[in-house]
Design a protein around this ligand. Sequence first.
Ligand code: ZN
Length: 311
Amino acid sequence: MIKALKLATALNVILLLGAGFSAASAEGLKVVSSFTVISDFAKNVGGDKISLTTLVGPNGDAHVYEPKPADAAAVAVADVVLVNGLHFEGFLPRLVEASATKAPIVELSKGVEPIKSAEEDHDHGAAGAEKEEHGAYDPHAFQSIHNAKIYVRNIVDAFCTADVANCDTYKTNGAAYTAKLDATEAEVKAAIASIPESKRLIITSHDAFGYFQHEYGLKFLAPEGISTDSEASAADIVALIKQIKEDKASAIFVENITNPRLIEQIASETKLNVGGTLFSDALSTPEEGASTYIDMMHHNIDTFKKAILGG
Ligand SMILES: [Zn+2]
């Protein structure tokens, strides 16, 4: 509550300061995106017709992000706010309220077939109540390229509604980018097809790849669930190590958004080598080679192949 008040106060100050020079449209449609994957889609659709602010930056963790006063200020003056939805951005309700924005909050996962959280089945007591708060669905829908195309379509619709004059440009850009996503999806399918069925069990930090698994057929296990906001219990870790040994996992990976310590511990207990870093819930900085969604997909499939097949 105190945080929300502080945010609201800081925002009032910023709004007062900014009152004299808002709404000049030379900068284009003012778009706020909740995290880097959405920002990349928005850039591809919006091109130079939009000015873009990203809340959770490269390698950031949206599950546990704490908004800053500048975020509320950006949301307050936005024309459109693009978010993932499915409770991915836990910070969002408070931020939207503090900003008092009039902009539409567009949930880009709308229209995807949501996957139920696997954790739900064995919840009980207090843990169950906590999971309820996260929502029963896995929010990482963007890890399937099939779904990414739905996100892009939703962005085209949102931009066309907010900026009718440039709708044709948004549609043309959206179609061109969707063609690139189609090509990337074919590459992902070919990469997975090259991995034998018996070598497709993979370990990561948290359950970020449920939609990738559903769409493309690798199988993922993780010590942490669909959010990073609660730590894995000792019993969960013991059970996971047992399963890794019994089911013969072929590779284990750290993620760019999480602390590698737990994965390194599991790797040493199971005698698996850490096969590299996967980009799960955020893109990288430009220097790290996964600063676009398509580069992230290439990086991840190359990392899988290298760790599992060698070379
Ligand atoms: Zn996640």
